[in-house]
Design a protein around this ligand. Sequence first.
Ligand code: ADP
Length: 366
Amino acid sequence: KKKIAVMTSGGDSPGMNAAVRAVVRTGIHFGCDVFAVYEGYEGLLRGGEYLKKMAWEDVRGWLSEGGTLIGTARSMEFKKREGRKQAAGNLIEQGIDALVVCGGDGSLTGADLFRHEWPSLVEDLVKDGRFTEEQVTPYRNLKIVGLVGSIDNDMSGTDSTIGAYSALERICEMVDYIDATAKSHSRAFVVEVMGRHCGWLALMAGIATGADYIFIPERAVPHGQWQDELKEVCQRHRAKGRRNNTIIVAEGAIDDQLNPVTCEDVKNVLIELGLDTKVTILGHVQRGGTAVAHDRWLATLQGVDAVKAILEMTPETPSPLIGILENKIIRMPLVESVKLTQSVAAAIESKNFDKAISLRDTEFIE
Ligand code: ADP
């Protein structure tokens, strides 16, 4: 009987539970045993009760639960080969040789590395005397499938990541609340949203709420000049009768000399304009709450395809990432997607912002 494990890793995101539910139930539907790994890679390292065989009813009601019920963690140990060897041993002990990982690019990079190393880790486990040759014979290869769980929508090659639309929805709600009080007092508000390397949340929230100005890492503002431009835009909007100003700042916003642009920097500029200005840092409320419908069905369709991908995979198949492109669920090589994602960060670091934007394939950043 085929045994599959599913785990969530890295930052949590709404919809991860729907993904786990889909993997568990699809696996059972196809006659597999499905295990949930609790606490991300930490759980893999600890083994034992951290690997729990799931029944159909164990995931009942999970579509509407926020966060991740099987837990997530950051694991320093898994970054070391010794840790990954321990993890491999724990999986083999349960007879598991297929793993669905729902996480961000860090988690998926780790997963792909784990797969490539697997045969040599198994060799080492035999050398160490943990298993005999016969015991490991059926487990010479590991199958990995990636699902992207991230509120930032920062993975290249897929249009949306599990959790991004939920976070966006939450941000828009909060900005609407802020706008109401801002209008009452004729104030300006500077709102910081998440997105360390990716401005998707800030950009989309800005469009959806009609913000005056948006700061994102990919469209870095001109050093020493953005202040005047910001003033001009806010004044123009005020002159047209707007009673408030809303500026959305991504956590990772920068100018074109790579200096961070913080909410305080923006606030100080608006104060120079004579505007009564407040800063709101939304923080972790953006991650919380239940998943919106988009994330529930995205996670469900992708979870179903993840199991199918595992059942179809051969040792030669590159580890797939399940994505969505133009409304179709697709599979692409996980490494390529991670590489593309990292090249966006590299483009920003080398001040090649046009390239960063073209790699983001979000046409309307321009
Ligand atoms: P995210 O998956 O959200 O990007 P992290 O980058 O923190 O979050 O990664 C989550 C976990 O994945 C890490 O704590 C670590 O255990 C594992 N991981 C990340 N990068 C690697 C890597 N290059 N090699 C091995 N494991 C990694």
